[in-house]
Design a binder for this molecule. Structure first.
Ligand code: FES
Length: 582
C-alpha cells in the first residue's frame, strides 16, 4: 500500500530500491539472485533502505588510508539501524599525487558520485572523504542526486613533529623550504622534516582546504555535530562513523534530503564559519559550486560582505598558531559555532533531524587560546577579501590575515611571467631585476589555462630576495593557493588570462595598486593602451585535443562561478532523473 500524504515517514514500497528488489518480475528476480550470489538472503535486504557508502579510499591517498576500515564502522551502524549497506568506491583525488591538479577532477568525482547513486538501487548515501576536492566533489554529486545523504569527514592527521616542534602540513613545508633555499637548513635536517611532517593517516592538519571544507560541510548541516574536528586516529572517529551509519537509515525513512537542509541561511552559516576559522580561499570556489547545485545564487561578493562581519576566532595555522588536533581538544567546531551563535541562524535543519542550535547546545571552549571569543579575536575581520577593478573585473580574492600587513595597501611595478615554467626559471636567477616592492604576476594558471587552476598562487619569492631575508611580497595570479599557504597572494583573478582576461595584458614594468580596505585592484595602464594590447593578444592553443581534458576545457566555468561544468546545473528539489529498468 502506498503511503498517505499525511504520513511523514516512508514505507518500504516508497524506497528507490523497491523498483530493483521489491517487484515480482523478471528483472527483480535477476537483481535478487545476484545479491544471493554474494551469500545474502532476503532477510538482509527485504524492506530495508539500501545505503550506498561512497568511499574515496585508495592506496595512494594517505589522507584516506583509514577509510577502508572506517567503512566497516559505517556498515556496523547501518546494520544496527536496519539498513542494508553497500560500499561503492569512487575516485580518491589524492592531493599530493594527482596531476596536473586535483581541481581538474573535482567535477569528475561529482559526476561519478551522482551517477553511482542514480544508477544503483540506493536509498541513502554516506559520503566518505576529506582530502581537499573530495568533499565538494562528493557533496556536489549528492546535492544533484537529491537522495538523503550524510557526510563522514576523514578527519585531520596528528600534529607533525620535528625535534620537539609541532609541524603543520604545507605551511611548514613552505616555511622550511624557503629557509633551505636561503641555505639555513641542512640536508639532514630537511630529511628529518620529511619524515616528521605527516605522522598518521588523515588529512592535512592545518586550516587548509581539507579542514575548511570538512568544517563548512558540518556547518551546512550535512555531517553529525562535531564530526569534522575529530582527528582521524582518535577512537571517536570510528564511533562517529558508526553513528553516521545508524543515522542515515532514519534519514531515509524521514526523507531528509539535501533540499530540506540546504538553504541560503545554511550557506550563510557555512560562510561565517569559514571566516571564523580563517579558512582556505579555495572554499570560495567550492561553496559557490555547491550552492549553485542547490539552486541558490551565491556569488563572491557575499563572502566579502560576511567577511566584514565575522572575526577570525580559530588560532590555527596558517593564520594562527595551533593545529587541528589542538582545535579538537579545545572543543572543536561545536564550540566555535557556539562562540559565533549570535551571528548564525540556529534554526537551520541538519542531518540529525534537529536544528543547528540543538546540535551545538552544551558545547564548551576548553582552550581559550585555541578558540578565541569574538571579544578577543585573532583577526578583527574575516578570512577573505574580494577585490575588483580593471585587472579583475569579475573579482579576485585575498587572505589578509595571512599576509604581511604592510601589503594591504601597496603600489608597485609588475614583474610578469607568461606561465609557470617561465616563472620557475626566472625566480632562481641571481641577476633578476626585482625588489621587495615589485608585484609578481603569474599568467595562465586559471581553470582553462593551468589547466585545472593549480595551486601556484603562492609564487616563490625570487631567490635573490630570499637570501636577503625577504619573506613576503605581493603576488597576483589566476590560479589558486593551497589553504596551507600564506602571504600577500591575490588569487582567482577572473576572467583568467587564458581566455583574454586583463591579466593577460600585464607587462613587466606596469604599475599595479591594491587597496584591501577599499577592496580595489588597479592596473595603472590607460584604457586606450589596454585596448591596443587586447587587439594584439593571441589566444593560446587549446590545452587538450581529446578525452576528459577536452570535455573539461569546453565546459569549465570561471572561478567566480565556482568552476562547475555548464551542463551540470541542477534545478534543486525537482524530481531526479531516474533510470529506466529494462
Ligand atoms: Fe590530503 Fe592535504 S593532502 S588533505
Amino acid at each position: 500500500m502506498r503511503r498517505q500524504i499525511s504520513d511523514p515517514r516512508k514505507h518500504p514500497e516508497d524506497l528507490r530500491s523497491h523498483r530493483w528488489l521489491g517487484l515480482d518480475d523478471l528483472r527483480s528476480f535477476g537483481h535478487r539472485s545476484r545479491l544471493r550470489q554474494f551469500g545474502y538472503d532476503a532477510v538482509d535486504w527485504a524492506g530495508k533502505p539500501v545505503i550506498g557508502i561512497i568511499n574515496t579510499w585508495s592506496e595512494i591517498n594517505a589522507c584516506h588510508a583509514h577509510l577502508r576500515a572506517r567503512a566497516e564502522d559505517v556498515k556496523r551502524g547501518v546494520l544496527q539501524a536496519g539498513g542494508f549497506p553497500v560500499e561503492l568506491p569512487a575516485m580518491s583525488l589524492a592531493e599530493p599525487f594527482v596531476k596536473p591538479s586535483t581541481m581538474l577532477y573535482r567535477n569528475f568525482l561529482a559526476m561519478e558520485t551522482e551517477e553511482l547513486l542514480r544508477s544503483h538501487p540506493i536509498d541513502g548515501a554516506v559520503l566518505m572523504g576529506g582530502c581537499d576536492k573530495t568533499t565538494p566533489g562528493l557533496i556536489m554529486g549528492a546535492i544533484s542526486m537529491g537522495i538523503p545523504a550524510i557526510y563522514v569527514p576523514a578527519g585531520p592527521m596528528l600534529r607533525g613533529n620535528w625535534r620537539g616542534q609541532f609541524l603543520g602540513s604545507g605551511s611548514d613545508v613552505w616555511k622550511y623550504w624557503t629557509e633551505r633555499r636561503a641555505g639555513n637548513i641542512s640536508e639532514k635536517e630537511w630529511s628529518e622534516i620529511e619524515g616528521g611532517i605527516a605522522r598518521s593517516f588523515g588529512t592535512c592538519m592545518v586550516m587548509g582546504t581539507a579542514a575548511t571544507m570538512m568544517a563548512i560541510t558540518e556547518a551546512l548541516g550535512l555531517a553529525l555535530p562535531g564530526a569534522s574536528s575529530i582527528p582521524a586516529a582518535d577512537a571517536n572517529h570510528p564511533r562517529m562513523c558508526g553513528a553516521a551509519g545508524r543515522r542515515i537509515v532514519d534519514m531515509v525513512w524521514e526523507d531528509l534530503t539535501p533540499a530540506r537542509i540546504l538553504t541560503s541561511a545554511a550557506f550563510d552559516n557555512a560562510i561565517k564559519v569559514h571566516m571564523a576559522m580563517g579558512g582556505s580561499t579555495n572554499a570560495i570556489i567550492h561553496v559557490i559550486a555547491m550552492a549553485r547545485r542547490a539552486g541558490l545564487s551565491l556569488d563572491m561578493q557575499r563572502f566579502d560582505e560576511l567577511s566584514r562581519q565575522i572575526p577570525v576566532l580559530a588560532n590555527v595555522r596558517p593564520s594562527g598558531k595551533y593545529l587541528m588536533e589542538d582545535f579538537f581538544y579545545a572543543g572543536g567546531l561545536r564550540a566555535l559555532m557556539l562562540a559565533l551563535e549570535e551571528k548564525l541562524d540556529l534554526s537551520c535543519m541538519t542531518v540529525t533531524g534537529q536544528p543547528l542550535g540543538e546540535n551545538i547546545a552544551g558545547a564548551h571552549i576548553h582552550l581559550p587560546d585555541v578558540i578565541h571569543s569574538p571579544d578577543d579575536p585573532i583577526y578583527p575581520e574575516g578570512a577573505t577579501a574580494v577585490l575588483t577593478g580593471n585587472l579583475a573585473p569579475r573579482g579576485c580574492v585575498m587572505k589578509p590575515a595571512a599576509a604581511d600587513q604592510r601589503f594591504l595597501h601597496h603600489r608597485g611595478r609588475a614583474l610578469a611571467f607568461e606561465d609557470y615554467n617561465h616563472m620557475a626559471r626566472e625566480v632562481e636567477r641571481d641577476d633578476l631585476e626585482v625588489t621587495p616592492d615589485h608585484v609578481l604576476v603569474l599568467k595562465n594558471a586559471g581553470p582553462k589555462g593551468g589547466p585545472g587552476m593549480p595551486e601556484w598562487g603562492m609564487l616563490p619569492i625570487p631567490k635573490k630576495l630570499v637570501k636577503a631575508g625577504v619573506r613576503d611580497m605581493v603576488r597576483i595570479s589566476d590560479g589558486r593557493m593551497s589553504g596551507t599557504s600564506y602571504g600577500a597572494c591575490i588569487l582567482h583573478v577572473a576572467p583568467e588570462s587564458f581566455v583574454g582576461g586583463p591579466l593577460a595584458l600585464v607587462a613587466t614594468g606596469d604599475e599595479i595598486e591594491i587597496d584591501v580596505a577599499a577592496r580595489r585592484i588597479h592596473l595603472h595602464v590607460s584604457d586606450e593602451e589596454l585596448a591596443r594590447r587586447h587587439a594584439a593578444w593571441q589566444p593560446p592553443p587549446p590545452r587538450y585535443e581529446r578525452g576528459y581534458g577536452a570535455m573539461f576545457s569546453a565546459h569549465i566555468g570561471q572561478a567566480d562561478d565556482g568552476c562547475d561544468f555548464d551542463y551540470l546545473e541542477t534545478e534543486f528539489g525537482a524530481p531526479v532523473d531516474e533510470p529506466a529498468i529494462y
